[in-house]
Design a protein around this ligand. Structure first.
Ligand code: HEC
Ligand code: HEC
Ligand code: HEC
Ligand code: HEC
Ligand code: HEC
Ligand code: HEC
Ligand code: HEC
Ligand code: HEC
Length: 242
């Protein structure tokens, strides 16, 4: 017998030996009972504790949120994607509190601009999209459609309206600063809206002692910016200062 053939036979013998050992000793007993699958795995998995409850389980106690969520653009994002596994919470809600992702860094995990995402998926640039605040100040996480921005002027002043929509003045209506005669929208050249004329106008909200909501940033009207008009330094439709 040629030498090579003898070696080949040894290799062959080891290989079949291995197969036989694997077949009879290593393959689990219940393998193959239900196709290419270890039937006993079902029981093994069954005894593991349930961690997820599913959206329907939340409706018993949070009916309002489930209702809101079911109608909004996040309806395909299940509750437990954001709040984590909640089975224990549904059994004893007070003892098992769920976290809520309130921080700004969370939402861009899905919405931060990334060219590999499908076209049409709503994406934003987290650096420039309303940078100073958590997303949930403007978007309800359970129904995140962008807040209604007053846009009646946008038909003709589209660029200003779009600029303002992503600025810190987003929620101020145009008419807060421009008294607009109805006639202007019909025949714009006939009657012009007015424009703020002095520093005091901006001071209504931004002066130190102004009676406006506390979160509005304040300046000292007497000294800030010297004698210049505010909009010589701040574009009023996008007044960010960084
Ligand atoms: C048996 C009633 C019950 C069910 C079912 C239930 N919850 Fe709750 N949930 C509560 C109660 C009560 C609280 C308030 C607990 C507290 O403040 O001590 C709460 C609070 C929460 C909070 C608040 C966390 C925060 O930081 O304010 C979240 C989020 C929450 N539940 C999510 C869910 C989700 C998701 C489900 C479905 C998987 C669910 N809950 C099912 C009763 C329930
Ligand atoms: C996209 C992520 C996201 C999804 C999906 C989501 N939540 Fe929330 N949820 C949040 C965030 C963020 C907050 C904190 C809101 C705040 O503090 O204003 C919150 C707050 C809550 C609260 C407590 C505060 C409140 O508004 O009463 C409950 C209860 C809650 N969620 C339940 C649910 C349930 C039930 C679902 C599914 C029907 C769900 N959430 C789906 C992100 C999400
Ligand atoms: C797990 C991924 C995921 C997370 C996390 C998530 N979203 Fe969404 N978001 C989606 C999906 C999916 C849609 C629906 C897209 C569609 O309808 O094409 C959506 C839609 C939106 C829209 C609607 C855009 C439009 O043009 O109407 C806004 C706004 C939004 N999300 C804001 C948020 C905010 C704020 C958070 C954080 C609290 C958040 N999302 C967290 C997946 C996510
Ligand atoms: C100051 C309020 C404000 C904050 C804070 C804010 N947004 Fe928005 N967001 C808006 C407005 C207004 C629009 C609509 C803008 C438009 O139509 O051009 C919008 C639009 C969106 C859209 C839809 C974009 C599209 O192309 O359809 C997404 C997604 C979104 N925001 C996600 C976020 C996320 C994520 C955060 C936090 C990182 C966030 N927003 C923070 C006000 C805000
Ligand atoms: C039908 C289109 C149209 C609509 C709607 C419209 N505008 Fe105008 N607007 C114009 C045009 C055109 C001019 C330029 C007029 C000119 O140069 O004589 C103008 C000029 C202005 C000016 C500048 C006036 C000046 O003295 O420099 C302001 C401020 C203004 N519009 C504000 C508004 C506001 C606020 C709204 C919504 C309440 C609005 N406009 C709605 C077309 C429109
Ligand atoms: C916070 C106050 C404020 C708001 C809100 C505001 N404006 Fe103005 N706007 C001004 C000021 C101040 C000027 C004058 C700027 C100048 O003279 O350089 C101005 C100027 C204008 C002009 C003249 C052309 C220009 O760009 O200078 C137009 C048109 C205009 N605004 C339209 C609008 C529209 C449309 C909106 C709503 C989408 C709006 N404004 C919202 C303060 C505001
Ligand atoms: C009706 C109230 C109101 C008026 C009038 C107003 N603002 Fe504002 N301003 C706000 C609000 C609200 C914010 C956003 C605060 C926030 O994001 O928490 C803001 C933000 C700003 C910021 C951003 C500050 C920063 O830290 O980035 C500047 C700058 C600013 N305004 C300048 C002006 C100027 C200039 C005028 C006059 C043309 C003006 N504002 C008129 C309400 C007003
Ligand atoms: C000479 C240019 C100049 C003029 C004029 C000016 N500002 Fe400013 N403003 C700045 C600069 C630069 C900053 C950022 C540095 C700082 O905080 O002092 C700023 C910051 C601000 C802030 C943010 C403060 C904070 O704590 O976040 C507000 C609000 C503001 N200005 C409003 C106004 C108003 C209202 C007027 C008119 C009364 C005005 N500015 C006039 C240059 C100017």
């Amino acid at each position: 017998m040629p030498q090579q053939l003898a070696r080949l036979l040894v290799v062959f013998a080891v290989f079949t030996g291995g197969l036989v050992v694997t077949r009879h000793l290593l393959i689990p007993k219940t393998f193959g009972q239900r196709g290419h699958y270890r039937a006993a795995a079902v029981t093994t998995i069954q005894v593991r504790p349930l961690r997820y409850a599913g959206r329907e389980a939340c409706a018993d106690c949070h009916a309002d949120i489930v209702g809101l969520h079911g109608k909004g653009r996040h309806q395909t994002v299940s509750c437990e994607v954001c709040h984590g596994p909640a089975a224990a919470h549904t059994l004893a809600p007070v003892e098992n509190q769920l976290p809520a992702p309130r921080k700004r860094a969370y939402c861009p995990l899905c919405h931060g601009y990334d060219p590999s995402r499908p076209t049409g998926f709503p994406q934003i640039d987290p650096v420039s999209h309303n940078p100073m605040k958590p997303c949930i100040t403007c978007h309800n996480p359970h129904q995140p459609e962008p807040p209604h921005v007053p846009e009646e002027c946008g038909a003709c002043h589209g660029e200003i309206a779009r600029t303002k929509a992503v600025s810190r003045h987003a929620l101020l209506p145009c008419t807060q600063c421009h008294n607009t005669p109805v006639q202007h929208k019909v025949d714009p050249r006939l009657l012009h809206p007015d424009k703020p004329r002095n520093r005091e106008f901006c001071g209504q909200c931004h002066a130190k002692d102004a009676p406006s909501p506390r979160e509005i940033p304040r300046i000292d009207l007497a000294t800030h910016g010297g004698r210049y008009l505010c909009w010589q330094c701040h574009y009023p439709h996008m007044p960010e200062v960084d």
